[in-house]
Design a protein around this ligand. Structure first.
Ligand SMILES: *Cc1c(COP(=O)(O)O)cnc(C)c1O
Length: 229
């Protein structure tokens, strides 16, 4: 077994343990292997080890990978998306995790309409109010969701967050709890019809905590592929 297959096995095992600890079904957690900067042959090793969802941050880089591996696997966009790249993103990705502004949603709608596609998206939330981070402020999310729900070619299935970086994964727990609480509140208020079932949260350093707090999509790069150069 190669290192990537071993890493995947370990990540899956930890997801399962964390899910059971929280009384959750491990099958309710989907692993997105974040493959930015990872070369094709290493991605192929992950595919051979049974990994079926990959996350990319850069459109140009993703293009070649999607062309090479094709629809054999599912591709998610997890990075910051520029409005002018909406069209390319709609061509390549089954799920876009990072919709954080109406202008981008409208550009995606236009591209999806042209391509005759219903584009699944998540709304990215910036819970810490960090200037440098993408994401809608929590108090803006309700209005953004309402606007997106009027766009016929977008289907919003949940929320995503990328908390500030801490060495201690426990320090991130409140952010995961806050994303879930925000989702529950929006659901209760029936802001939109979607149950917002998806919570995309947790990366290599903290995905077990995210699973305990209700993540349905975790985005793991270095724990699978090793550190990025
Ligand atoms: C790079 C990246 C990840 C994966 O980070 P790791 O720490 O390598 O697991 C997850 N989410 C987003 C948005 C990223 O850009």
């Amino acid at each position: 077994m190669n290192q990537i297959a071993r890493n995947l096995e370990e990540v899956r095992r930890r997801i399962e343990v964390a899910a059971r600890r929280a009384g959750r079904d491990p099958a309710a957690v989907r692993l997105v292997a974040v493959s930015k900067t990872v070369e094709l042959d290493r991605i192929r090793q992950a595919v051979a080890a049974g990994q079926s969802i990959f996350g990319e941050n850069y459109l140009q880089e993703a293009k070649a990978k999607v062309a090479a591996l094709g629809p054999e696997v599912s591709w998610h966009f997890v990075g910051h998306l520029q409005t002018r790249k909406a069209r390319g993103a709609v061509e390549l990705f089954d799920l876009i995790h990072s919709v954080d502004r109406l202008k981008l949603a409208r550009a995606l709608e236009e591209a999806a309409a042209l391509q005759g596609k219903i584009q699944e998206v998540l709304v990215q939330v910036d819970l810490a109010g960090e200037e440098t981070k993408s994401g809608a402020a929590p108090e803006e999310v309700g209005d953004l969701l309402k606007e997106i729900s009027t766009l016929p070619h977008l289907k919003v299935t949940g929320l995503m967050t990328m908390p500030p970086w801490f060495t201690d994964p426990e320090a991130v727990r409140p952010y995961f709890q806050a994303l879930r609480a925000l989702r529950d509140r929006l659901r209760q208020l029936k802001v939109i019809e979607s149950p917002l079932a998806e919570l995309s949260m947790g990366m290599s350093g903290d995905y077990e905590v995210a699973v305990e707090e209700g993540a349905t999509l975790i985005r793991v790069g270095t724990a699978i592929f090793g550190s990025r150069s």
